[in-house]
Write a protein that binds this ligand. Sequence first.
Ligand code: IPM
Ligand code: MG
Length: 373
Amino acid sequence: MSMLPTAAHQPTIAVLPGDGIGVEVTEVGVRVVRAVAARSDWSFHARSGLVGGAAIDAAGLALPQETLDLAAGSDAVFFGAVGGPKWDNPSAPVRPEQGILGLRKALDLYANLRPVKLSPALLSQSVLKEEVVRGTDMVVVRELTGGLYFGKPSRRWRGPTGWRAVDTLAYSEHEIERVLRVSFELARGRRKKVTSVDKANVLTTGRFWREIATRVGAEYPDVQLEHVLVDSAAMYLIRRPATFDVMVTENMFGDILTDEASVLAGSMGMLPSASLGSGTNACGGVQGLYEPIHGTAMYTPEVVGTGRANPIAAILSAALMLRYSLGRPDDAAAIEAAVDRVLAAGYGTPDIAGPGTEVVTTDRMGDLIIEAL
Ligand code: IPM
Ligand code: MG
């Protein structure tokens, strides 16, 4: 964003593959980073740690202290995905998702950038009409450490009339303001439009959000600000996706809207993310965590180990890591261009295959992207 890192220091990357297909796509992502680094003559240390179900099995916790220390002490975290049927018991006190939620919170990674861009090669296969999706190129900024995911109270109890449960949507002015600033700064380097999404017609926090967005927006007169209610935003995303540039919203709204938005990019297997905090690292970049948005839920357990997972979301997440945390914007752009070339040449994993696509495995897709670098 405003401050881009410099590249003098040899970075340490914490590699946290997690579970299921997380392991497969992360391996390919690291391979691509190695290839691009070798080509540009630099190197990095990769140190792996356990998280999610794998950590529950080994240490009884989804986010062991050792993993947290590794993540906190690294220049960037490259994360796979957590969860799976083995740990699905909803009433278990330890759950794999605590791994990723705990990392986001502990590292204060409050701004989650989810770029949604349709590769021209996938245009004709979209489930939406070509004229609707053409030109889609937006970034959803999801607030990541507050809102409905972290508000207290969050609990279940037995009352006089039976069991009850509560979650809380709470925000401080500071939390809303900082994620809006990230969004306006980002928009300045793009098409200069911010769409702030809230539920101001119903929720107190929504009106609060809108008021702060308006105030912060006044400091960015060069950026156009529009307010859209979250339900309308869900509709406009598939009616006029190309009109959006930067869209910023509450944690859970952003979770839901980005799964929807992934359809615009052809598949959830295409969508990377960068979770950024306010701390800088030894590369002079932002400390961040980089992960595909798909998690383990996109793929049924039968897919694990079959080579059918799409590694592109992980590879594009690695590109974001090079850009925001490691001071390697040229290498980031090289990876993104290589992905587009491989797609344009007609290769795809099953989730993005159309008529005429040459279907390849997870590993082969990685090899093709490395060759295209
Ligand atoms: C995401 C995922 C996570 C979330 C899960 C795995 C906890 O859906 O990153 O979008 O809900 O944030
Ligand atoms: Mg999600």
